[in-house]
Design a protein around this ligand. Structure first.
Ligand code: ARG
Length: 245
C-alpha cells in the first residue's frame, strides 16, 4: 500500500514537472496564423493536413535566423491579437494589415506585402462598378478583417464569417450579393470558383506586417533584419514567384 502510494505521488510530481516543461520554450518560435487565407496560409500539402504558404515560409526563415524551431498555431483570425498578448504565441504571420487600431495593441514589423480589398460576385452580377454601388448591398466578410470594418462603413447588411471560405460559400449560394476580401486570397478563391468574378474598385492600398507583443524589440529587430536580408538576397522575390502565380 505504502509503495503504491509513493509511486502515485511520484507520478503526480512527474506530471507537474512535465506540464511545466510544456510551456513555451526559448528554442521555439510559436507563430499564430489563420490558415484559410491562400496563398499566404492554408491547409494543404501531400496529406492535406499541413499548414503552408507565403507567410509560413517567411516565418520559417525568421525562426531559423533567430536560432529557433518554428511551431505554427492555427487559430481564428479575430483571436490572434488576444493570443499574442496573452503569451500563447510569439508572433502573428497572417496577412495582417497594419492599421492604427491594431498598432495600439501590437508592434508591427516593416511592411512585407501590399494588398487591397476587392469585390467577388457571381458572374451574372453586373450591378457593381464603383464603391458607391456597394451601399445597399449584402456583403460577406471575414470576421475582424479590414474588409469587415470597411464593409460596415459602406452597408448595414454585413455578415461576418470566421473564414473567407465560408464567405465565398455564402456568395455561391446567392445568400449575399458580394464578398469583400483581400486581393490575393480573392484571386486564389476565383481560380477554384469559375462561377465567380472579381471587381477591382478604388480602395486604398493595405500593407501586411508581422506582429509581436508590444515591447518585444528583440524579436521585432530580428524579424526586420530577416525581412531586409530576404529582400536583398532575392529570397523574398523567389517566395513571391513561388506563391503568387
Ligand atoms: N488583411 C486583412 C486584415 O488584416 C485580412 C487578413 C486575414 N488573414 C487570414 N490569415 N485569415 O484584416
Amino acid at each position: 500500500m505504502k509503495k503504491s502510494l509513493t509511486g502515485f505521488v511520484c507520478l503526480g510530481v512527474a506530471a507537474v514537472l512535465t506540464m511545466s516543461g510544456c510551456g513555451k520554450s526559448d528554442d521555439v518560435l510559436v507563430v499564430g496564423t489563420n490558415a484559410a487565407f491562400p496563398p499566404f496560409e492554408y491547409v494543404g500539402g501531400v496529406n492535406g493536413d499541413e499548414i503552408k504558404g507565403f507567410d509560413i515560409d517567411l516565418a520559417e526563415q525568421i525562426a531559423k535566423d533567430a536560432g529557433k524551431t518554428l511551431k505554427i498555431e492555427n487559430i481564428k483570425f479575430d483571436s490572434l491579437i488576444v493570443a499574442l498578448n496573452s503569451g500563447k504565441i510569439d508572433m502573428i504571420a497572417s496577412g495582417m494589415t497594419i492599421t492604427p487600431e491594431r498598432q495600439a495593441n501590437v508592434d508591427f514589423s516593416t511592411a512585407y506585402y501590399e494588398a487591397t480589398q476587392v469585390v467577388l460576385v457571381n458572374q451574372d452580377n453586373d450591378s457593381i462598378t464603383s464603391v458607391d454601388d456597394l451601399k445597399d448591398k449584402h456583403i460577406a466578410v471575414q470576421l475582424g478583417s479590414t474588409g469587415d470594418l470597411m464593409a460596415k462603413k459602406l452597408s448595414n447588411k454585413v455578415t461576418a464569417f470566421n473564414t473567407g471560405f465560408e464567405a465565398v460559400m455564402e456568395l455561391k449560394n446567392s445568400k449575399v450579393d458580394l464578398v469583400l476580401f483581400d486581393s490575393e486570397p480573392a484571386a486564389s478563391f476565383l481560380k477554384k470558383n469559375p462561377q465567380l468574378k472579381m471587381i477591382e474598385l478604388d480602395f486604398t492600398p493595405e500593407f501586411y506586417g508581422l506582429a509581436v507583443a508590444k515591447g518585444n524589440t528583440e524579436l521585432l529587430n530580428s524579424i526586420n533584419q530577416t525581412l531586409q536580408t530576404m529582400k536583398q538576397n532575392g529570397q523574398y522575390d523567389a517566395l513571391v514567384a513561388k506563391h503568387m502565380k
